[in-house]
Design a protein around this ligand. Structure first.
Ligand SMILES: Nc1ncnc2c1ncn2[C@@H]1O[C@H](COP(=O)(O)OP(=O)(O)OP(=O)(O)O)[C@@H](O)[C@H]1O
Length: 265
């Protein structure tokens, strides 16, 4: 099978600073200040062409970090990321410039992706229609609600028709009607055999839409496999997690981060 995405031993390290002073001191004497924080640790998985893979995990598990790395927006600290084709990320307001109008953002994003002015003029009416922004298309994006930004981002990304589509929580901010229309569009793409990554907290949508699930837990791969195998395990975990006290959750989290160290050694 042809691979669309190969992720091998990917780690993303951030520095956490205790206040502005530490941040500035670290700029002067790099690596002396701040605490290392691993948003992802040794993440490996492969996506076959035409597969729809859902990223699942509780808040802060690294789903958006990994999506951004695959989309080429955030650099990995180490490891290998191979993406075979154009990848477009649809995330809440990803890549939109607030000072520019919606229409200018369409042009800018399409130009950056290598479309000619003529091609953009041809695509523009479909993008505007899909976005349902009406006259707001000529207003600066900074005046848009998060739902409006998400609609514009979604409309641009689906109309440029990329090989790989990465949808990060973009359906959760729009209204129900727009989310349903977008979900239908995604199903259409799936039928066409497009490769997709879908980040959502909606297990129902995952079951309907995804072939495989990557379950991330505190930056590490907890499981990767067929939807029917991984989702029941995730649901069991969520039920346990819901019943845990704050102390129990903290303990669970600390144990997970200890595993980080082990897998790095
Ligand atoms: N620029 C940054 N600097 C420091 N830490 C960061 C940065 N970006 C993300 N993180 C941390 O990395 C971890 C993973 O974040 P990420 O947004 O990828 O998680 P997520 O699974 O998408 O969460 P959610 O479900 O809440 O959207 C979090 O602990 C977050 O605080």
């Amino acid at each position: 099978m042809e691979k669309a995405i190969i992720v091998k031993n990917v780690t993303k390290k951030y520095k956490l600073y205790n206040g502005m002073k530490e941040r500035i001191l670290d700029l002067i004497t790099p690596k002396s200040y701040g605490e290392d924080f691993y948003a992802l640790r040794n993440v490996s998985f492969e996506v076959e062409k035409g597969d729809v893979v859902g990223f699942l995990g509780i808040n802060g598990s690294g789903k958006s970090t990994l999506s951004n790395i695959i989309a080429g927006i955030v650099p990995e600290t180490s490891g290998i990321v191979q993406v075979n084709g154009d990848a477009a990320l649809i995330a809440v307001s990803a890549g939109l410039k607030g000072e520019l109008t919606g229409r200018d953002n369409i042009e800018l994003k399409c130009l950056m992706l290598g479309f000619s002015k003529e091609e953009i003029k041809r695509m523009e009416p479909d993008i505007i229609e899909f976005s349902e922004l009406g006259k707001f298309i000529d207003q600066p994006v900074k005046s848009y609600s998060s739902g409006m930004k998400s609609r514009l981002g979604f409309a641009i990304s689906v109309n440029i028709n990329p090989d790989i589509l990465i949808i990060d929580e973009a359906l959760s901010v729009g209204d129900k009607a727009f989310a349903e229309k977008s979900f239908e569009k995604m199903k259409e793409f799936k039928k066409q055999g497009k490769t997709m990554i879908f980040v959502s907290h909606s297990i129902g949508q995952m079951k309907q839409f995804c072939d495989k699930i990557l379950w991330l837990e505190f930056g590490m791969v907890k499981d990767f496999g067929e939807v029917n195998e991984v989702i029941p395990k995730y649901e069991d975990f969520i039920n346990k997690w819901k019943k845990m006290s704050n102390e129990e959750r903290e303990h669970y989290k600390n144990e997970a981060y200890k595993k980080h160290q082990k897998c790095a050694n």
